[in-house]
Design a protein around this ligand. Sequence first.
Ligand SMILES: *Cc1c(COP(=O)(O)O)cnc(C)c1O
Length: 381
Amino acid sequence: MIPSNHPAAAPDRPEGSLSDGTRVVHAGLPEPVVGEPFLPGPVFAAPYHLDPATGPGENGYGRTEHPTRRALEAAIGQLEGAPTLVFASGQAAITALLLSVLRPGDTVALPSDGYFTVRAFAEGTLRDLGVTSLQVPTAGPYPDFSGVRLVLLETPANPGLDVCDIQAVAAAAHAAGALVAVDNTTPTPLGQNPLVLGADIVVASGTKALTGHSDVLLGYVSTADDALFDRIETWRKQTGGVPGAFDCWLAHRSIATLDLRLARQTSNAGAIAALLSQRPDVTGVRWPGLESDPAYEVASKQMRRIPGIVSFDLGSADRVARFLAAAALVFAATSFGGVHTTADRRAQWGDDTAPGFVRLSCGIEDTADLVADLTAALDQA
Ligand SMILES: *Cc1c(COP(=O)(O)O)cnc(C)c1O
């Protein structure tokens, strides 16, 4: 049973009658009330007043019940198509899933090219708890899943941007009795709907394109499996990794522009991928929207839009530093999906990528300005 205080309990399906731009503007908003704002402001409360006779009603204590957080959960739940729980970060959400599902002796399949911290968690804490992890490249080949409890996919994978066929892998995993979770951080629910493609669970960082202003840490889990939802909600209640009221409100406010932001980011990425792939001084250009990209075919089949992330190699750390110093419109920063164009040399974080490997996150700046700036910076570097 989904708790009755959860407005995401009966969300719209992602393939509803309204289009993306309309859905994000209205996602999670309350019914209009004269004299009230469209999106109610953040409620700053730990305990709430209680009825001395009947005790807790809808709101008793902020770790377990929070109106600003519920509104955000309703919004994300409508976009992903299932009841949703938000967390203080993407890692809090992913580890909540892993630790509430996996038990000693279990095996979890993880992408070998996926988010680095998830792999580090599997090789540390999960291994110490007696959970085996099986690392599989996102592009496959996928092993036989017998004996696997949970298959966690990440597609497109961060930072290499390989893609896997969610429908095919979910069918094979389900046939072997495994649960399937998809990290939907990079595409966002407007780019890909893993639950419609057969996954049981979506996990994601909302820190990236979903909120898109580089000012909030957020994570979430969405699932239509009531028992699993209850387990993860209990996990969150007992471990306490909830996001604060102001972060929830900022995130909710940001979602209204998701369709517009993604549209510009995708078109900027298309122009930049085309520019980079024509230059002899840039290698390994990856963007799943390029017809020549190995991920193009599967991405075109299962994704509703291609993310604004392009990866490539400039050969050395020095050359990346010269490129970033010369680019006026590209901030050197980690993370991605924000309105400002940023670039991250992943190897500086101890990631297992090549020293000159760059993940470029296209912002929403004017396309011609960006292309001109990148061209000049590469010429100088
Ligand atoms: C950033 C990221 C995470 C972790 O999210 P945080 O909000 O930084 O904790 C997980 N998965 C992917 C694919 C990410 O890009």
